[in-house]
Structure formats: structure tokens, C-alpha cells
Design a protein around this ligand. Structure first.
Ligand SMILES: Cc1cc2nc3c(=O)[nH]c(=O)nc-3n(C[C@H](O)[C@H](O)[C@H](O)COP(=O)(O)OP(=O)(O)OC[C@H]3O[C@@H](n4cnc5c(N)ncnc54)[C@H](O)[C@@H]3O)c2cc1C
Length: 367
């Protein structure tokens, strides 16, 4: 595929009349063939053996060139990284190179109609079957990218006797397994939500990720990756750049209020980049810190939300001028309410940050 083909693919994605995110998998496969989709993974797993800064540059560039990033972020950065850290040798061998090449895509089935922030209360279940496999039942909701994914990382309860944290288990469920029903849900933002029913879904022993009952510790590890803040920071930077271009269009001079706002948002973004780097470096050094990652996700998502709202305030209409980039900003505006909910609601993240800080104070006697 040439760069002209890539440009044509991206143009088709942007031109969807329903305003929803299109199928970006062909672009990912192209990037995967070029070996750039998982730059910080070891070469044996399909990566380039780089460090977290290469992932950061990749995300910044994907966003800048209009490539939808969330399927990549979920598949490679969240699910793939968890498999690399906690999967069996067979899962790593079978799944990681295919995720890194864009051939395989994954989504996350955690939230249930009654349980979002309080994940330890999930009620979907799995029972062992006679042949060493498992049978899954339950309902998941508000899941992104399920329509384009092959595999779902799913949390279910496998033991009611233990406390609610110890009875949770993770599975990698093939979405084409009999008994899986995926239904689209209405959404304000341009990304499609899905509601997923698992009805007597049979999976083999190879679908188990980690040990039965080890789900909560793996989820905590996964949250440290999901909450690095990287995707919010990278997109917010692009939105701010687009807005700054508009404010200086054709030699226009921004007024003093606009300049002050631009500087304030730029400073918050710079801080977000540093917080993101720290969270990603801690993951790379295998010392994930859920409180510091939560701080980064809180800061970056609140900043992204504030920038998307401010951008439309200062640019105003026309929002959907097809010849320009306002479509990106209009989509960001619609997405904004969900930014401080997905991957951990802001109130819950602040609770984690303050809880960890209080614990530090207790341990150090407040010094
Ligand atoms: C854009 C987007 C993408 C998503 N993608 C996925 C996905 O791919 N897979 C998936 O499984 N789920 C996904 N979700 C669901 C998301 O994880 C949940 O919406 C989120 O965890 C919050 O859960 P809830 O909606 O049930 O709200 P609740 O947990 O009911 O929270 C409602 C409100 O109460 C507040 N609250 C809750 N607990 C506390 C507390 N202890 N202290 C203070 N305040 C509290 C929350 O902050 C929030 O404001 C997505 C959501 C969004 C918006």
C-alpha cells in the first residue's frame, strides 16, 4: 500500500455520513506491516524493542494525521500489554504478533448495566465445564470497538464464596463464539457503543487470562496502562493546535483573552505530557502505580474536555465545514462529556489519588 492509498483510506473514514467512527483496521494492518504499531514491544512479540517514548510519538502522529486511535489503544496498549505481562507463553506466542500486526483487534467487556465504577461487583459469571473449559453468562454494556474486534477481554465472577475482589477472573473471549450477541447502542459521540450478551458461551482453557480468581490484581495492573492519559493528551494537543491555527488564520491577531486561554491550555497540556511520561515509564520499569496513573488520566481527560469546549466557544460556527478541520473539533465537543467517565470517572480517580496520598502520610507520619 502506498501513502496515497493510506490517504484515500483515511478520506473514506472521514467521509462517513452518519458521523460515526469507521473501520480503521485496514490502516492498522498497513502500519502493522510496516512494523510501527507496537514500537515499544520486544521484537519477539512483533514490536521494535523501543521504549515508551516511541509509543507516545506514534500516538501523537496517528492523531495528527487523522487516524482514529482508540481501537489501536485498546488492542495494543491495554489488552496486548496485559497479555504480555500476565498471559501464558502460548497466549503471547499466538496473540501478540497478530495484535502488533493489526491482524487481530481486541475490545474490553467490563462494564455491566448496574456496575461501572464499582467493578468488583460484576455479576457476569463463568462456570468450569467437564473438558477443562468454561461457560460464560452475563451482560456487558457501553463497550467501545466491539463491532470491529475479534477478541474481548472480559471480567466475570468465578467464585461467590470468596470476597468480591478474590472471586473475579479474566477471559479472552472470541467474539464469534456461539452465544455472543453484540448490539449497537445510541451514542452522543462519534464512537459506537455496544451492548453484549453472553449466553452459555463455551470457551476452552486457553481463554483464561491469569489464574482463576486473579482478575482483580490484573485489572489493577491494566488500569495503570489504560489510565496513563496518553490518548487524551495526544488528542487534546491536536485540538489545541487546530484551534490556534484558526485563531491566527489569514494574519488574524488573537485578542488578549484568547492568548491567555491558549497559554493556560498549553501549560496544562505540557503538564499532562509529563504526567503521562511518568505513568508510562513506571509501566515500562514494571512498577505500575495506579494512583499516579489515575492522576494522569484525571488531569489529561479534564484538560481535553476543557479544550474541546473552549475550542468551539472561540471558533463558533460553522462547525461542520467539510473543507476544514472543524469536523474534528465538533466531534471532540460531542465526545467531551464521556472523557471524564470512560476508563475511570473523575470522582473515582480523585478518590484513588487522595486515598494513596493519605496512606503515604500515615506511613511517613505526615512528613
Ligand atoms: C466513552 C466511553 C467509553 C467506554 N468504553 C468502555 C469499554 O470499552 N468497555 C467497558 O467495559 N466499559 C466502557 N465504558 C463504561 C465506563 O467504564 C463506565 O461508564 C464507567 O466505569 C462509569 O460507570 P457507570 O457508567 O456505571 O457510572 P457509575 O459508576 O454509576 O457512576 C455514576 C457517577 O457516580 C460517581 N461515582 C461512582 N462511584 C463513586 C465513588 N466511589 N465516589 C465518588 N463518586 C462516585 C461517578 O464518578 C459518576 O459521576 C465506557 C464509557 C464511556 C463514557
Amino acid at each position: 500500500m502506498t501513502s496515497a492509498d493510506t490517504a484515500r483510506l483515511l478520506e473514506r473514514l472521514r467521509a462517513r455520513e452518519d458521523g460515526m467512527d469507521g473501520d480503521v483496521r485496514e490502516v492498522y494492518r498497513h502500519l502493522g506491516r510496516a512494523g510501527v504499531l507496537a514500537p515499544s514491544w520486544p521484537e519477539e512479540h512483533g514490536g521494535r524493542g523501543g521504549d515508551f517514548t516511541e509509543t507516545m510519538v506514534l500516538l501523537e502522529e496517528l492523531v495528527r494525521h487523522g487516524v482514529p486511535q482508540s481501537l489501536y489503544y485498546i488492542s495494543v496498549q491495554i489488552v496486548g500489554s496485559l497479555i504480555m505481562q500476565s498471559g501464558s507463553e502460548e497466549q503471547k506466542r499466538e496473540l501478540l504478533p497478530r495484535l502488533a500486526s493489526g491482524e487481530l483487534a481486541a475490545c474490553i467487556l467490563f462494564t455491566e448495566p448496574e456496575h461501572g465504577s464499582d467493578l468488583a461487583s460484576v455479576t457476569a459469571r463463568a462456570e468450569p465445564d467437564q473438558g477443562g473449559g468454561w461457560v460464560l453468562d452475563g451482560r456487558k454494556t457501553y463497550n467501545l470497538k466491539t463491532g470491529y474486534a475479534d477478541l474481548a477481554l472480559c471480567v466475570v465472577r468465578t467464585d461467590d464464596e470468596l470476597n468480591r475482589y478474590e472471586g473475579l477472573t479474566l477471559f479472552l473471549v472470541p467474539l464469534d463464539a456461539p452465544g455472543v450477541t453484540v448490539r449497537p447502542m445510541a451514542a452522543l459521540a462519534g464512537e459506537q457503543f455496544h451492548d453484549v450478551t453472553l449466553d452459555q458461551v463455551r470457551v476452552g482453557p486457553e481463554a483464561l487470562l491469569g489464574a482463576p480468581g486473579a482478575g482483580w490484581s490484573l485489572i489493577t495492573r491494566m488500569f495503570a496502562a489504560e489510565r496513563s492519559g496518553l490518548d487524551y493528551y495526544a488528542r487534546a494537543r491536536h485540538w489545541l493546535d487546530l484551534t490556534a491555527e484558526r485563531l491566527t488564520d489569514a494574519g488574524r491577531e488573537p485578542d488578549s483573552t484568547e492568548l491567555a486561554d491558549l497559554a493556560r491550555h498549553r501549560a496544562r497540556l505540557d503538564a499532562g505530557r509529563l504526567l503521562t511520561c511518568r505513568a508510562m515509564q513506571q509501566l515500562q520499569e514494571d512498577r505500575p502505580d495506579i494512583a499516579r496513573a489515575s492522576m494522569s488520566k484525571w488531569h489529561c481527560s479534564e484538560t481535553a474536555q476543557a479544550i474541546s469546549w473552549w475550542s468551539l466557544e472561540v471558533i463558533g460556527v460553522p462547525l461542520l465545514d467539510p473543507g476544514r478541520d472543524e469536523g474534528v473539533l465538533e466531534a471532540a465537543y460531542r465526545e467531551a462529556p464521556g472523557m471524564t467517565i470512560s476508563g475511570g470517572a473523575s470522582e473515582v480517580l480523585l478518590d484513588i489519588v487522595t486515598g494513596a496520598r493519605l496512606l503515604e502520610d500515615v506511613e511517613t507520619g505526615g512528613n
